[in-house]
Design a protein around this ligand. Structure first.
Ligand SMILES: NC(=O)c1ccc[n+]([C@@H]2O[C@H](COP(=O)([O-])OP(=O)(O)OC[C@H]3O[C@@H](n4cnc5c(N)ncnc54)[C@H](OP(=O)(O)O)[C@@H]3O)[C@@H](O)[C@H]2O)c1
Length: 362
């Protein structure tokens, strides 16, 4: 992974065709051929006369440009966000504060819609995505990973629009069902833990945002990331799942580790706040050492010294008082022994002794 290799951010959103409605099905020849094939198959799709188009259940007799709300030349695109959850709401607020125009949100939940509207001044709230797509130029899909395909399959974009999702593991192609001629798809994944809105917005400063999309869209997304104070990066093809798994270890995995530390702290008579107060500085010092010296050199503890007696004492205490932490401790110890060996801190015999303690049955 390297710093974004995208071209310099462009100054304004120039979608591929920001003019007239541009669905491929509007090509008269292709359209009549398709309709004939459908009729031959005995399917009545109630096709609209030329020049007409639908807005949900309503039929408009005359074409008019979509989306309805457009950016002026020199301005960033008008944004709509699908999903008023943790990421959608925080991005809506952060982008608005950065001067980008967040015009609409789509959320199925009335309470979340209202919250979004109160946080993002002037925004419109829709209960379903189709109405939002009529309005905006850049659509951000911020729904759970497993719901992205379903959301995309219920939408058809207009020419000139772009759509991105915020998933760290899915590629842009998951949005393909929503594409039409002259549309673009991509992804915009901030490497931030969205546990609390204001803390997440602050954390966007200096965080990386992994972006995908063709060069023009990627340039726009890079500009959007930079407007949030973040650093845009483009990942090597095929790297996204590993990149995201590392992020999950760094966030959720680290919280699991903290939980194990707190459980052992309870055995030692500490409550959660006490454990965080005592072990927090040690964690920060270790992170500081790793940054300054490298990961291998930051390793300390019994596994670097070959202290089998200490390891045995720990294992006995865990078996007796905190059996739920044992697997995690042993998995970490395996990795520590390998690191210490690679650093040349352990003789092969010392490493063998430590491993045989780990392999000793209860
Ligand atoms: N949380 C993080 O720290 C984090 C960090 C980076 C990226 N991401 C990514 O951002 C995306 C959103 O995550 P999140 O944490 O914001 O999730 P979230 O808080 O659970 O919010 C998800 C939103 O999507 C809506 N939604 C849920 N299921 C839906 C469905 N079947 N169809 C349509 N909408 C649906 C929700 O309901 P309503 O429509 O009812 O409002 C909610 O507004 C995910 O792809 C995630 O991987 C998350």
């Amino acid at each position: 992974m390297g710093r974004a290799s995208v071209p310099r951010p462009m100054k304004a959103w120039k979608g591929p065709d920001p003019g007239e409605p541009d669905h491929s099905a509007d090509d008269p020849a292709a359209r009549s051929e398709t309709i004939k094939a459908i009729e031959d198959a005995g399917i009545d799709l109630d096709p609209l006369p030329p020049g007409h188009h639908r807005h949900g259940a309503d039929v408009h007799e005359h074409d008019h440009p979509h989306p309805h709300v457009r950016s002026e030349g020199g301005e960033p695109p008008v944004i709509g966000i699908i999903g008023a959850g943790a990421v959608g709401t925080a991005l809506g607020v952060a982008l608005t504060r950065a001067g980008w125009r967040v015009h609409a949100v789509a959320s199925r939940d009335a309470g979340r819609r209202e919250r979004f509207r109160s946080l993002v001044e002037g925004s419109r709230a829709f209960s379903e995505p189709t109405a939002l797509v009529e309005e905006v130029e850049l659509i951000i899909v911020a729904v759970p990973d497993d719901a992205v395909a379903e959301v995309a399959s219920g939408i058809r974009m207009y020419g000139g629009q772009a759509m991105v999702h915020t998933s760290g593991v899915l590629g842009p192609e998951i949005l393909a069902p929503a594409t039409a001629a002259g549309t673009q798809i991509g992804s915009f994944h901030p490497l931030v833990a969205f546990a609390d809105m204001e803390r997440a917005i602050s954390a966007l400063h200096g965080a990386t945002v992994a972006i995908e999309g063709d060069d023009q869209l990627a340039a726009l997304l890079a500009e959007m990331a930079e407007a949030l104070g973040a650093i845009p990066v483009r990942l090597a093809p095929g790297a996204k799942a590993a990149y995201h798994a590392a992020a999950v270890l760094a966030a959720g995995g680290f919280v699991a580790l903290l939980d194990a530390i707190a459980e052992l702290g309870r055995v030692a008579g500490l409550d959660e706040a006490g454990a965080l107060a005592i072990y927090g500085p040690l964690i920060e010092q270790t992170l500081g050492n790793a940054r300054a010296l490298g990961i291998q050199a930051a390793l300390t503890g019994p596994m670097t010294r070959g202290d089998r007696g200490t390891l045995d004492a720990h294992l006995a205490a865990l078996r007796e008082h905190a059996p739920g932490v044992l697997d995690l401790y042993m998995a970490a110890a395996e990795r520590e022994i390998a690191l210490a060996e690679a650093r040349g801190a352990l003789t092969p015999e010392a490493a063998r002794n430590l491993r045989s303690s780990l392999a000793t049955p209860v």
